[in-house]
Design a protein around this ligand. Structure first.
Ligand code: HEC
Length: 270
């Protein structure tokens, strides 16, 4: 059942993604908060904004790969050493993207404590292996495929996921904040308040976004490390499961996708 949903969605998603490249010029219109602008218009208008990297298509050779190394204490301990040696300078001890070497980077280092909870093993493994030199990333993220073995890359993924879940405390090496769920929730509330104030969303849209987002987070936590694919894939799969479980209505699901797109393009969402 789950597989069918995933496959159906992925097929649809490939279509949406292929519409992205040519739709750049329509971004401004699509960003308008018209009720009739539709999901297609919004998704095809994605491209700018801080979340652009999460809309990237995972290359075939990585798509669907999952971590062959169990996230046991030994793997997490190996990952901690790899992380402290190679990643903390940019991503910070707690993985929230505030390492000393990342301060002047544009784009700045990602909050991987957070995104490792949202993104699939395949996305993470791809990004760690190939880094950020290519489009659409154009970033200082290093291609670790030439430096770390495959096993080391999976160990560090196990570690970052454990760090983001709060299962392990950060190693103290370069400093930086720890992912704090309350702080994240506060940031989201502030972001939604800004969006309403700036006319990006109506109050009703903001409220729906908050409710559905909380359901998604809860579902993600249940899924543990079985996450797969980019943030978009995950979002769609989970939304359809929430609808079929009767947790949210189809209407709420659609409104969520729409508001997500609007927030994305407004540049308000991290
Ligand atoms: C020189 C600084 C630097 C170092 C060192 C570095 N990164 Fe990154 N990393 C970045 C930047 C900048 C980004 C954001 C831009 C991008 O996605 O390419 C990023 C993005 C990522 C992403 C994508 C996250 C997302 O939300 O899309 C992952 C995963 C990641 N890094 C993991 C690692 C791991 C694991 C290590 C150590 C093995 C590491 N990084 C070391 C700079 C760095």
């Amino acid at each position: 059942m789950k597989k069918t949903v995933l496959f159906t969605f992925l097929a649809g998603f490939a279509l949406l993604i292929s519409a992205c490249g040519s739709a750049e010029a329509e971004t401004a219109e699509a960003a308008g908060n018209d009720d009739d602008s539709g999901i297609m218009g919004i998704v095809s208008g994605m491209g700018g904004g801080m979340m652009a990297r999460h809309h990237a298509t995972i290359p075939d050779e990585f798509s669907g790969v999952s971590n062959p190394i169990a996230a046991d204490d030994a793997s997490i301990a190996r990952g901690a050493v790899i992380y402290t040696t190679n990643c903390a300078t940019c991503h910070g001890d707690g993985g929230v993207g505030d390492g000393p070497a990342g301060v002047n980077l544009d784009p700045s280092p990602a909050n991987i404590a957070h995104s490792s909870q949202q993104l699939g093993d395949d996305y993470l493994f791809w990004r760690i292996t190939e880094g950020g030199a290519e489009e659409p990333f154009n970033s200082a993220m290093i291609a670790w495929g030439n430096i770390l073995s495959e096993d080391q890359r999976w160990d560090v993924i196990n570690y970052v996921q454990a760090l983001g879940r709060g299962d392990v405390a950060p190693t103290e090496s370069v400093g930086g904040e720890t992912l704090d769920p309350e702080l994240e929730a506060q940031k989201q509330a502030d972001m939604l308040a800004d969006a309403v104030e700036q006319g990006v969303l109506t109050q009703e849209e903001a409220d729906t976004f908050a409710v559905v987002h909380a359901d998604i987070d809860e579902h993600m936590a249940d899924m543990g490390d079985h996450a797969m694919g980019s943030a978009d894939d995950m979002m769609e799969v989970i939304l359809s499961l929430l609808v079929s479980d009767g947790k949210i209505t189809q209407e709420q699901s659609e409104l969520f996708v729409k508001t997500h797109g609007l927030l994305d393009m407004s540049g308000l969402m991290e």
